[in-house]
Design a protein around this ligand. Structure first.
Ligand code: SF4
Length: 118
C-alpha cells in the first residue's frame, strides 16, 4: 500500500510516497535526498520521537524542563513520561545535566534544558 508522509529532515518538507507492505518499505519517491528515504523507512517501521517534559524540583514550585537527548521509540513515549513523573530533582541543576540516565534501557539520557536554582 502507498503511504504519504512529509519529511521533517529539513525545511524543504518533501512530500514522500512510500510503498509499505506492512513489514517493510520497498520504495520511497518524492525525497530530495537520502534523508527522506531513511525517514520514511523509520517512520513506517520503527517510528521515534523526541520527548519533552517537566519534572518536579525539590523545594520549588516551578518544574524543570527536560528532554531526551535523542528520539526514542514512539511506543515508549508514554512509559518515558511515566518514569519522568516519578522523578524529583534537587537544585541546582544546569542545562545539559543528566536527569534520567538510559531511560527505559534505550541508551538515551533525559537532560535538563534549563538552569534552575543555585
Ligand atoms: S528528503 Fe531531504 S531535501 Fe527533502 S525534506 Fe527530507 S531532508 Fe530535506
Amino acid at each position: 500500500m502507498k503511504r504519504e508522509l512529509t519529511c521533517i529532515g529539513c525545511p524543504m518538507g518533501c512530500r514522500l510516497t512510500a510503498e509499505f507492505n506492512g513489514t517493510e518499505v520497498t520504495e520511497v519517491t518524492g525525497n530530495g535526498c537520502a534523508v527522506g528515504a531513511r525517514y520514511a523507512r523509520e517512520e513506517l517501521t520503527n517510528p521515534k520521537r523526541m520527548v519533552t517534559a517537566l519534572v518536579r524540583v525539590v523545594g520549588m514550585e516551578r518544574p524543570l524542563s527536560v528532554k531526551t537527548e535523542a528520539p526514542i521509540e514512539k511506543r515508549l513515549v508514554f512509559d518515558c513520561l511515566a518514569a519522568l513523573g516519578a522523578v524529583a530533582v534537587a537544585p541546582p541543576v544546569r542545562i545539559g545535566d543528566v536527569i534520567l540516565e538510559n531511560v527505559l534501557g534505550t541508551g538515551v539520557n533525559v537532560v535538563a534544558t534549563e538552569d534552575i536554582g543555585g
